[in-house]
Structure formats: structure tokens, C-alpha cells
Design a binder for this molecule. Sequence first.
Ligand SMILES: [Zn+2]
Ligand SMILES: [Zn+2]
Length: 660
Amino acid sequence: MIANVVFGLPVDKVFSYSVPAGSQIKIGCRIKAPFRNSVRVGYVVGFSEKNKVDFDIKSITEILDGEPFLSGEILELTRWMSSYYYLSWGEAIEAALPGALRKGRMTSNPRQGYFFEKDKYFVRPSELTEHQKKSLSQINQNSGFNVFMLYGVTGSGKTEVYIRAIERVLAGGGSAAMLVPEIALTPQTVSRFISCLGDEISVFHSRLTEAQRFQEWLKLKEGINKVCIGTRSSIFAPLKNLKLIVIDEEHDSSYKQQDSPRYHARDVALKRAQICRCPVILGSATPSLESFYKAVSKKYYLLELPDRVEKKSMPDVGVVDLTTVKRRSSRSMVFSPALESELKDVLGRHMQAILFLNRRGFSTFVYCSKCGYVSKCPGCNVALTYHIKTKTLLCHYCSHKELVPEACPNCRGGYLNMRGIGTQRVESELHKIFPNSVRTARLDSDVLKKRGELERIIEAFKNKDIDVLIGTQIVAKGHDFPDVELVGVILADLSLNIIDFRADENTFSMLTQVAGRSGRGENRGKVIVQTYNPDHFAIQTSLNHDYKSFYAQEIEKRKQLGFPPFNDLIKMEFRHKDEKKVKQAAQRVKDKIASVSKGAYQVLGPAPHPVRKKNNVYRWNIIIKVKNIEQASRMLYNIIGYNKRVDGVNIVVDVNPRED
Ligand SMILES: [Zn+2]
Ligand SMILES: [Zn+2]
């Protein structure tokens, strides 16, 4: 027999090896075999008859597994991924396996780690709301591959719907996967799941060691555990008899893997559900345009939870127009009088506040310090990036170029400048308002780097050892703090200017999510949004918690520009030390696409990457708008080859990229 083997390398080819006489080997097993000049771990994906191969082939050196680690289902899923995301089959397989297995070894002695406890205070609702009941019965009535868009405002009881749907699956002997954006940030959700569903749950999160991760993976594979909760990579968990996939906060950008292998866990989940013929629940208070579009076009079932449970009202949202605020001191650059007085009120009553600052994205855009105006590309509606050397503004999608205006084109008065406010600045200004009397903590990406620090801060805030939590988008996600009565958004405009066509969508969802953190306890919460653009539709609709109005306006814009969900985007990033070569290769590929497709695809660029030079390597992009990714992918493979190189220039392919 001849084994067909793939490797976790960017070579999309299946290699043939002879199986040593007398040895047993199954599809999905790992082996070791000579490849180029070394012995590597490979994956058996099939067999062929010996007589069909007419050349000398090498033999497998070692068979690592008696029983396969890769099921037929996962092999099919990774095969699909390889054609959809420009990966080799082997690379896709390695994305699906725990690290311990990728390296061809098994690990033992898992160290004790961060475990979740049952939520002692959690009382399950005995009675569901009418909307919860209706949603659940829709889900229960439609087994098989169906997608449910569970659109529910923050605090409307989506979690209870997930739990009941999972309980039903477990009672029927099936298993379920639950995906969450970042598990360390949602300890309450996890604790509730454990309280309700018992101990047969594997929780995957970024703080597990490799050995712990592998142990949990094994429990699922052996059917000891029947539910897995985790971040994007848990979509590959080896659940047996999978009967339900839930994706909470389906709009969240963390489901998109930004490094190789670049995939989107929501897309992979939909494919896996299709293979297993099981339903998927996509839950969100601010659904992605892509998913909601499919729901309104009846490709998905639309389930709605329009009210908060226990009749809690949505928080009061007030907007502060920064163009009218006199900003004399450095303190008033951060806190408007309205926000300052609300803070004094809330802290005076010994309640808590969250201050939110969206600092993601690049700070290299130009905005007017008086009216907040930002220059955008007329063709792509993304913020233009500022290039200091040439004093120009540039669109990194289509390469549209203009000079930096002398004065603001909007108000004619202010100077355009680049300015940033960070979480540290917010904290120090806050201490000036409340000298010696306010206890603060910052929650930003620096904190996330330190193991255990996030949990410590969340715990301290829950115990009211901290009065004000200052953070970036991390604070917008999922927490449930009953004593938070004020959420202040320091500068809502920052997210309007992310250089991505999703900027407005991100702003809407960020503001809605962050506002949802307020008023989850007894009292009605308050939200103060500071902005230069109080009339912007993304801000206006989020103030009214009005997703549907936001959607109606945004979907029109997407249609006009031909952006998702009306087309998919494929970004090709060209990288080389010699910028001339990079530009030439990008142009050549663009021309080739035009001639091969006879102009069927619209190609934007070549345009410089927002960070044009990194580690002495220049980067230029082209973006292709496509109707069918798999079809476009076959065409692109013919042009750039499996090794993704043109004229010595390396190409990184990213399907539906995100720049946020
Ligand atoms: Zn201005
Ligand atoms: Zn443009």
C-alpha cells in the first residue's frame, strides 16, 4: 500500500510514501517520513494502490498513532479550508490540531492552571420570556444544517437560550461547541455554563498551557466531555456526534485569525456544521452586516430578543458635542464638564464607572482639532493615512492621493493635526479631578500580555476594590458588573477612522456594546459619549440602540461600494526588500487577473500597506472584489502558484481581511 501524506508546509501537494511491511496505519494518523533533507511529521489523508505509482518512493520512517487524531469530518473541513483560504491541506490540518500534536510528540503531566468555578450567585431564570421561548422552539424544530441569527439587545438573555439549546443536545446524546470572543474576559459566562451544564465541559482559553490544552482535547475526543467552550481555534475541537455550534458575539473581530493560517472561525463553523448537518446559532446585540444580511434575505432564521430581561431598561445615553466644549486645560481635553459631573455623582454614591477609549487601528490619520473632520477616500470611504515624508494623504485600498490641506476643509478654521489620547493620560487626568480618592485600573493590551493580570483586575473590580476601570475595547466585551452606573466614551470618533471599510460598523457595535455594560444592576445606567461627530449616523443610531436603522443605512453604502456582503474581498500583500520589485509584481498580478478574468474582477491598487515598511521589507497590496471565493481562488492559484511567489516577491493572501 501507498500512503498519501500532506505536510504542514506551504506546498499544496499530496506526497506518496510506502507503508512499511506488516504495519497498520489508518487515515488521519500522524507519521514521520523523509521530506527534502529532513524527517518531518506528516498526516495520512488517504491510500492508493501500489501499482499506480511507477517511480521509486521513500518509506514512512515511523507511525506515530495507532488510532487517528484526525476524524474524517476534520479532514473534510481542512480540505475545504485549504481551497478557501489559500493554505496547503497540511497547513490547514495543523491549524486544527493542538500544538502538542503538531510537533509530533505527546505531552504528559499537565500543570495546574487557571480553572473556572461554578457561579455561586447565579440564579437561573425559572421562566423564560416570550421571545426566549419563541427563539428556542424555532431552534428545536429545525434540526439538521440550519443557521439561526439570534439578535438580542445586551442583557436580553441570549446566554439562557444557548444553555437550554445545549441541554437539549446533551439529553439527546450529542455534543456541542460554544465559541466566545476571549474567554478570560467572560468568566461569568463560563461560570454560568459550568453551573448549568455540569462538569463535562472543556474550556479552552489563551492561558492554558500546551499540555492542559491537549488534555482537554483528549477528553473531547474520547467523549468524556461533551461540551467545549473556547475562542476561535476551538472550532476544531474533536467533539463526537456534534449536534450544535453556538457563536456568541458573532460580530467580534477576534474570530478572524490575523496571522497565518488566516481564517475566520465563523466561516469555518458554518462549514463544519454543514459537514455534520447540525444547526449553528450566531448570537449578537450588534450582528455583523454579513450575517444580518443573510438573515433578512431568509438564508438564516432571524430570532429576536428585543427586550432586556426583568424589564430592565436600556441605559440613558447622552452625547457631548466636543466642537462646542471649550478645551482650555489638558484636563478638559479628556473630560467634558458633563462627563466630569456625572463621574462625581456616581463616585459620590460609591458606585462604579467604566471609561472607554478606542485606540485600536493606526494613529496616522489626520483630523481637525476643532471640528474633528477626517479626510476620507472618495472611492472607498476609508480614512486616508498620512505620509509624513511627502505630506500627502493616501488611500491604502486604491492608492488615491491628495495633499494635506492647509486648513480644515470643513470648518476652515482649525489646524489639522495628529493627536492621540491613551489610557494612561485618561488615568492621570482622572486623578487630578479626584486627588487621592479614586481607585483606578487600566485594562488595555499591555495588561493582557501579563499572565493572570486580567483576571486579577476583573476580580478586583467585581469586588469593588476599584472604582473606575479605564480600558480599550476589552472593556466593551461581555462583563456583567451590577454596580457600574456610568460608562464614559472618551472619544467615539477614533473608531470612525479605522482604515477599514468596516469603521462605521465597528463604531456602532463598540458603542452599543460598551453602553450595554451600564445599568445591569438595580439602577438605570448612564452613558456619556464624547464626540466631534454627534450627527454621524453610526453614533446617532447607537445612542438610540437602533441596530436596524444603522443596518439600513450601512447596507446601502456597502451595496454602492461593492463591499461585503455584496462581494468578498481577497487581499494580496506583496513583500520584498526592493520596493520597485514589490510594486512591479503587484501590478503584474493585477494585469494578469484582468486579462485572465477578462475584466470580471474589480481590482483595487496596488496601494502601499498602511505600514509600508516593516523590518526592512516593503509591503504593497491589491484588493480583489469577488463573487465566489472558491472560483477566484482557482484562478489565483494559476497566477501566483502554490508557493505564492511572483518574480521572487512573496505574497500573503488574506480572505476578507480586517484592518482593525
Ligand atoms: Zn475643522
Ligand atoms: Zn480609495
